[in-house]
Design a protein around this ligand. Structure first.
Ligand code: ZN
Ligand code: MN
Length: 489
């Protein structure tokens, strides 16, 4: 293939906190540690005091089952947990309770897949496994991890439930990784197991190598957005080393999102260093068919099905509906809006989609907000479309009132406040057109040979009316006047 990245091999390990659980994975401490006083959500179990015994959170098994089903994984119905040993301040026990798919152990579920679309090509990203494990404590550094003079430890996060999703090394480029994560985020949102917009709810480790060279593992990329950036950087770094005749070594690197570089933390540890062995304080877990069936029956509509339904119900293109369903809140907003006006048909469905996915989404991106953080109501876009289609405002005016719409003001309130209405009054436009023709003799002369020159005259009218003139009426009037004055035929 002519893929310029075809010598790049990427595999991802995505850690997702199950933020929608009420309690931690093995104790009854509150799972929601955000904004709490450091070390206030802890108990003997999650700080690993001697003699304390973990008890598995059943809801975590249900959440993992939901995800396994929608990712098409094969659920291992019998497994036990493992201890993964390492010594570090974020791990009070000296080991993390996790799952292990060797030495008789099994992941929560094997295989699975996510289909991504990039430049209108579809590709299936094969998963290796998903498994459950506990989150370590949160470390707080002053500035960057490499230069901080101290480390603070907050055990409120210790024992929060993580689900780890491991892909096969089948990702070819940073763009593919980005698309994979976009789809994964969407699927997770629909399953209701986690809110990935919460800070710190995702962490990605990426294995990257250039074909037939040693790989590096970039640890703890703290947001999906950073992954593409970190991968790009790491690929360039590796290529540059090879260019200079250096040899790549297997190592663990850290993504410094402030300086936007990866730095070497340590040469890569090997699996044996973790001394995995079965967690004897927990009984083996068994999941029966009934349980899986019940979870399956309660699953909501997933993005792929929803996209098909939107294409059917609202006559949208595959491209539009795929974009629309990606964020469940946006798709819910869309359906609330278009269904609130019985007179809406295919044209309005498409218009609504365009306003939501272009101007509104751009605003959200720029402000780094999600739609549920704003005061925008689905009905405001219905009104906007009505005003446009009834000719009360121009598209140009519509675009200038988005800011106020996001504050929750109704269209009529905004227009009244801004004194912005479409100017369609023939007499006024005629007066303005005459002025423009007098003021711009050169452009008027150009109109004789170049029909496009009239656009410049319409532009002058738009300036005079601050964009409120109806461009169609202005065009008709200018054409009439130019003919009348014998400037064109
Ligand atoms: Zn606890
Ligand atoms: Mn892990």
């Amino acid at each position: 293939m002519n893929n310029q990245n075809n010598d790049v091999i990427i595999g991802l390990e995505v850690h997702i906190q199950l933020t929608n659980l009420k309690t931690k994975l093995f104790c009854s401490c509150n799972n929601d540690y955000r904004g709490t006083e450091a070390n206030s959500h802890v108990c003997p179990i999650c700080i690993g005091l001697p003699g304390s015994l973990p008890v598995l959170n059943k809801k975590a098994i249900e959440f993992a089952t939901r995800l396994a089903i929608v990712l098409n994984c094969k659920i291992n119905q019998k497994f036990w947990f493992f201890r993964k040993q390492y010594f570090y301040v974020d791990l009070a026990k000296g080991f993390q309770i996790s799952q292990y798919n060797k030495a008789g152990g099994r992941a929560f579920a094997d295989e699975g897949k996510i289909t991504i679309k990039l430049n209108s090509h579809k590709k299936v990203i094969i998963l290796n496994r998903i498994h459950l494990e506990e989150d370590p404590a949160r470390l707080v550094h002053k500035g960057s991890i490499a230069t901080s003079p101290y480390t603070l430890v907050d055990y409120n996060r210790s024992g929060v439930c993580l689900i780890e999703i491991v892909t096969e090394p089948v990702i070819d480029s940073p763009e593919e990784a980005r698309e994979f994560l976009r789809q994964l985020k969407s699927i997770v949102q629909y399953t209701g197991i986690s809110s990935l917009d919460l800070e710190g709810s995702v962490r990605v480790d990426a294995n990257i190598s250039l074909r037939s060279h040693e790989r590096s593992e970039v640890k703890n990329i703290n947001s999906f957005r950073e992954v593409e950036r970190a991968l790009r950087h790491e690929i360039i770094r590796q290529k540059n080393l090879l260019k200079r005749g250096k040899k790549l070594i297997q190592e663990t690197r850290h993504w410094d999102d402030k300086r936007r570089i990866t730095i070497s933390l340590r040469t890569k540890e090997f699996e044996a260093d973790y001394r995995y062995f079965p967690e004897q304080d927990l009984v083996p877990i068994e999941i029966d068919d009934n349980f899986i069936q019940k979870v399956k029956d309660q699953l909501p509509e997933m993005p792929i099905e929803r996209s098909r339904r939107l294409q059917r119900d609202y006559n949208l293109s595959e491209f539009d509906s795929d974009n629309l369903v990606l964020d469940k809140d946006i798709a819910d907003f869309y359906e609330d809006g278009v269904n609130s006006d019985a007179s809406f048909g295919p044209n309005e469905y498409k218009q609504y989609c365009n306003w939501l996915m272009n101007d509104i989404s751009r605003w959200l991106n720029e402000q780094n907000k999600i739609i549920t953080d704003t005061k925008l109501h689905p009905h405001q876009i219905v009104d906007l479309i009505r005003y446009l289609n009834e000719g009360k405002i121009t598209t140009k005016i519509a675009k200038t009132i988005i800011d106020d719409m996001m504050e929750g003001f109704s269209i009529s309130e905004i227009l009244e406040k801004k004194d912005k209405k479409r100017i369609s009054d023939d007499n006024l436009l005629k007066k303005l057109s005459k002025e423009v023709i007098e003021e711009n003799p050169k452009i008027v002369n150009d109109c004789r040979d170049n029909p496009k020159a009239i656009e410049a005259l319409i532009g002058r009218i738009m300036v005079k009316t601050r964009g409120q003139a109806d461009p169609h009426i202005a065009r008709r009037i200018i054409l009439d006047l130019l003919k009348q004055f014998g400037k064109i035929k």
